[in-house]
Design a protein around this ligand. Structure first.
Ligand SMILES: NC(=O)c1ccc[n+]([C@@H]2O[C@H](COP(=O)([O-])OP(=O)(O)OC[C@H]3O[C@@H](n4cnc5c(N)ncnc54)[C@H](OP(=O)(O)O)[C@@H]3O)[C@@H](O)[C@H]2O)c1
Length: 328
C-alpha cells in the first residue's frame, strides 16, 4: 500500500509518499481501507515537525480518516462497514489516515452518519466536529439566538468556515472575523451577517469591559484575540475556546467573569466521548447543506500534502482540505 511517511533526519522532518508493508502498521484490532483523510491545522504541524507533536519516526500522519472495515479482530465491526475516526491521538501517537490502510481501536470508531458521503465526512473532519462541539457547548449552556451576534474568529479557516455555517443554520446572527479581505463574500455566502477585520482583535482590550458585542464566540485564534473577545462578550455569554492559530498565551482581566458572568469553555475534540461525537455528526449531517459544504472544500492528493501544510500554517488556506488516499 502507499502512504505519506515522515522520517526524521538531522533534526528535520522529511515527508515522502512511498510503499508501506502491512506489517509496519500498528498492532491494533480494526484494519480499515482508507478512502479519504483531511489536512487540519494539527496535521500541518505534524507534517512540518512543528511543536514536536510526534515522538517516534517513521510516522504516518492524518488525524482523520473515513474508510471501509476490512477486518476486526475484536468483533465490534463487520467487514464492509463504513467508518469515521477522528482524534484519539491517531496520526500523532499512532499512525493515521495518510496511508491506504490503517489500524485503529474499535472504541475510536463512529459509523459514517446517514446522509453523508465519505468525501463529505472528511470535508467536515476534525475541524467540523470541533465547530459542532463548540456550538453544542454554547447552546447547552443556555445561549440562544437573539439580536446580539455569535462571533467566529479565524472565520475563513476550517473550523471557522463550518462554525459560521452551522451557527447561521441554528438561527444565530453571525459576526465573522477574518484577516482575508478577499474572503468577505465567501463568509457571507456561508451565513455571516457582519465581517470584522482581524486587526481589531490583535491588540489588548482598552478596558476590562468593552461594549458587549457578541452573545457567544467560537474562538479559533487564541492569544491576544481571546483576551479581546472576553472583554466584548455580553452578560452570561459563552466563549468556546477551540484554537491557538496565533498563539497560546493571553493576558486578560477577571472582571468579565465577575461582572458579566462570562464563561470560557475549553473544547477538546481529540478525547470527546463517543456520545458527544455521534450527536455532533448527526447534527452536522442535518445542518450542513451539501452544496455549501462543497463550496468550502478542496481536494488534494497525498503528494500535495507537504506544500498545503505550509500554506495552512501561514494562514493561507480557505475552508477545508480533503486528502484523497485511495488510489493515491
Ligand atoms: N480544540 C480542538 O479540539 C481543535 C480541533 C481542531 C482545530 N483546533 C485548532 O483550531 C485552530 C483553527 O484550526 P483550523 O483547522 O481551522 O485551521 P485553519 O484552517 O488554518 O484556520 C485558522 C484560521 O485562523 C486565522 N489565523 C491564522 N493565523 C492567524 C494569526 N497569526 N492571527 C490571527 N488569525 C490567524 C486565519 O483565518 P482568517 O484569515 O479568516 O482570520 C486562518 O485561516 C488551530 O489552532 C487548531 O489547532 C483545535
Amino acid at each position: 500500500m502507499r502512504g505519506l511517511i515522515l522520517d526524521e533526519a538531522d533534526g528535520r522532518v522529511v515527508a515522502s509518499v512511498r510503499e508501506i508493508a502491512g506489517g509496519e502498521l500498528p498492532a491494533l484490532p480494526v484494519r480499515v481501507r482508507v478512502i479519504y483523510s483531511t489536512l487540519n491545522f494539527k496535521d500541518a504541524m505534524v507534517v512540518t515537525g512543528l511543536g514536536r507533536i510526534v515522538r517516534s519516526y517513521p510516522h504516518v500522519p492524518g488525524v482523520d480518516l473515513v474508510g471501509e472495515v476490512l477486518e476486526d479482530e475484536s468483533g465490534s465491526c463487520k467487514p464492509g462497514d463504513l467508518v469515521v475516526v477522528t482524534g484519539f491521538r491517531m496520526g500523532e501517537a499512532t499512525w493515521g489516515g495518510y496511508a491506504e490502510e490503517a489500524r485503529v481501536k474499535p472504541e475510536w470508531i463512529v459509523p459514517l452518519a446517514d446522509g453523508l458521503s465519505a468525501r463529505q465526512a472528511m470535508a467536515i473532519g476534525t475541524a467540523g466536529l470541533t465547530a459542532m462541539l463548540a456550538l453544542h457547548s454554547i447552546t447547552d449552556a443556555g445561549v440562544a439566538p437573539g439580536e446580539t451576534p455569535l462571533l467566529v474568529t479565524g472565520a475563513s479557516g476550517g473550523v471557522g468556515s463550518i462554525a459560521v455555517a452551522i451557527a447561521h443554520a441554528r438561527g444565530f446572527a453571525v459576526a465573522a472575523s477574518t484577516g482575508k479581505s478577499n474572503e468577505h463574500e465567501y463568509l457571507r455566502s456561508l451565513g455571516a451577517n457582519e465581517i470584522i477585520d482581524r486587526s481589531e482583535f490583535s491588540e489588548s482590550p482598552s478596558k476590562p469591559l468593552e461594549p458587549a458585542r457578541w452573545c457567544a464566540a467560537i474562538e479559533a485564534v487564541g492569544g491576544a484575540t481571546l483576551a479581546k473577545v472576553i472583554s466584548g462578550t455580553a452578560a452570561n455569554g459563552v466563549i468556546a475556546s477551540v484554537g491557538n492559530a496565533s498563539g497560546n498565551e493571553f493576558c486578560a482581566s477577571v472582571l468579565p467573569f465577575l461582572l458579566r458572568g462570562v464563561r470560557i469553555h475549553g473544547i477538546d475534540s481529540v478525547q470527546a466521548s463517543l456520545g458527544a461525537r455521534r450527536r455532533a455528526w448527526d447534527d452536522l449531517s442535518e445542518l450542513l447543506d451539501a452544496r455549501l459544504l462543497e463550496s468550502i472544500t478542496d481536494e488534494i492528493g497525498l503528494d500535495e500534502v507537504p506544500d498545503a501544510a505550509a500554506r495552512i500554517l501561514a494562514g493561507g488556506v480557505r475552508g477545508r482540505l480533503v486528502v484523497r488516499v485511495a488510489g493515491s
